[in-house]
Write a protein that binds this ligand. Structure first.
Ligand SMILES: Cc1ncc(COP(=O)(O)O)c(C=O)c1O
Length: 404
């Protein structure tokens, strides 16, 4: 009877009716949110342990970010890059400083930042490195996830992401992730870049072996190849540092950023690199109508300022230890493996017990939202504003789900 009065079932059906079924969402219909918590159309509250795949690193509706957005909405929202607006210079300068790079190129989605990185690397290859016309190659890793455009899915190793979307863009070599020997063999005089996630998020928060990222850096330097770090999911505080690369003492030639850069409000992505790399682009060679728009810049500048305090990176480190200790205690009690760093974890559920999807559905029934990937893996990436008590609450719900 009470079930009949809930709005969720009809709202779930309605949400499916007029849309392509390119997602398989959990049957929860969210109506409002604050901090680490969301509320559905029936008034039920859930602890958000996915945080928009890290797009909500600062939680839902962080007051400073909402204030920046409101203030900008009242002044100016869009100009296109045909004109300069008064939010642009601050954003580019402050983000470049955060990255330790000369220049920034703002776009909107993560995939666009990746596409931008590929274009810039190819142009750099032809104009600076001297690769023969049309020969540039980029080396990528098995298990990668860099987005959904036709070029990007061309070098995906995930059949769901790639199959039936050909013809595929040539110019990519795929090597096993974490294998320096294979990488060294794949790099030749036509190689313009190595494109990697410092931790593979979609693949299940896969951390490469110790020494891998420094080895990639050294190889790229020795062979005059750009190291492009896709920090779209791993960056901006998620792992306990501004960039996951920093934790390995590595500085890539190019950072690809997105997700959290938009503060959970607007899509903002960017490429950051030094002038000898990003400087290869001339007017007319790349762009985006919405890239670097005033609203995006106002919000993203505030994001950069939040990160510049170091508070969120610290929280991620400290609370991440608590999260990982709690998860490790569940190994043998329903979990078979736990990976990750900071407030980011990939958990492998014992497949004999239940699938990742089933575990997420049961967690949802207990008021915790998370997302499965690749069968029996669950990803946890709560907002960096989550408290110790909230982490303990999520761990207790997970333990209860695994205990059946
Ligand atoms: C590492 C990485 N790169 C790129 C992307 C693509 O970002 P977007 O969905 O904003 O295009 C994602 C999205 O999950 C990602 O995790």
């Amino acid at each position: 009877m009470i079930e009949d009065m809930l709005r969720t079932p009809a709202a779930v059906q309605e949400a499916q009716r007029h849309t392509a079924h390119n997602y398989h969402p959990l049957p929860v219909v969210i109506a409002s949110a604050e901090g680490a918590w969301v509320t559905d159309v029936d008034g039920r509250r859930y602890l958000d342990c996915l945080a928009g795949y890290s797009a909500l690193n600062f939680g839902h509706r962080h007051p400073a970010l909402i204030a920046a957005a409101h203030a900008q909405l009242d002044k100016l929202t869009l100009t296109s890059r045909a004109f300069i607006h008064d939010q642009f210079a601050d954003f580019c300068r402050e983000l470049a400083a955060l990255c330790g790079k000369d220049l920034v190129l703002p776009m909107n989605t993560g995939a666009e930042a990746v596409e931008t990185g590929i274009k810039v690397a190819r142009k750099w290859g032809y104009q600076v490195k001297g690769v023969p016309a049309g020969q540039a190659t980029i080396v990528v890793a098995e298990g990668n996830f860099h987005g959904r455009t036709t070029t990007i899915v061309s070098f995906s190793t995930d059949d769901d992401a790639r199959a039936d979307f050909g013809p595929y863009t040539p110019g990519f070599k795929i090597v096993p992730y974490g294998d320096l020997t294979a990488l060294a063999e794949a790099v030749d005089e036509t190689t313009v870049a190595v494109l990697l996630e410092p931790i593979q998020g979609e693949q299940g928060v896969v951390v490469p072996p110790n020494g891998y990222l420094p080895g990639v850096r050294q190889l790229c330097t020795e062979r005059n190849v750009l190291f492009i770090a896709d920090e779209i999911q791993s960056g901006l505080g998620r792992t306990g540092a501004t960039f996951a690369c920093q934790q390995e003492g590595v500085v890539p030639d190019m950072y690809l950023l997105g997700k959290a850069l938009g503060g959970g409000i607007v899509p903002v992505s960017a490429v950051a690199a030094d002038a000898e790399v990003l400087g290869v682009l001339q007017p007319g060679q790349h762009g985006s109508t919405f890239g670097g728009n005033p609203l995006a810049c106002a919000v993203a500048t505030e994001v950069v300022r939040l990160l510049a305090t170091g508070e969120f990176q610290r929280r991620s480190t400290e609370l991440g230890e608590r999260l990982h200790a709690g998860l490790r205690a569940l190994i043998g009690k329903g979990l078979v493996a736990v990976r990750g760093r900071g407030l980011w974890a990939g958990l492998d559920i014992d497949p004999a017990l239940m699938s990742g999807r089933e575990a997420c559905e049961r967690l949802m029934e207990r008021g915790v939202l998370a997302k499965d990937t690749h069968g029996s893996t669950i990803r946890l990436a709560p907002p960096l504003t989550i408290t110790a008590e909230e982490i303990d609450h999520a761990l207790a719900q997970l333990a209860a789900v695994l205990a059946g």
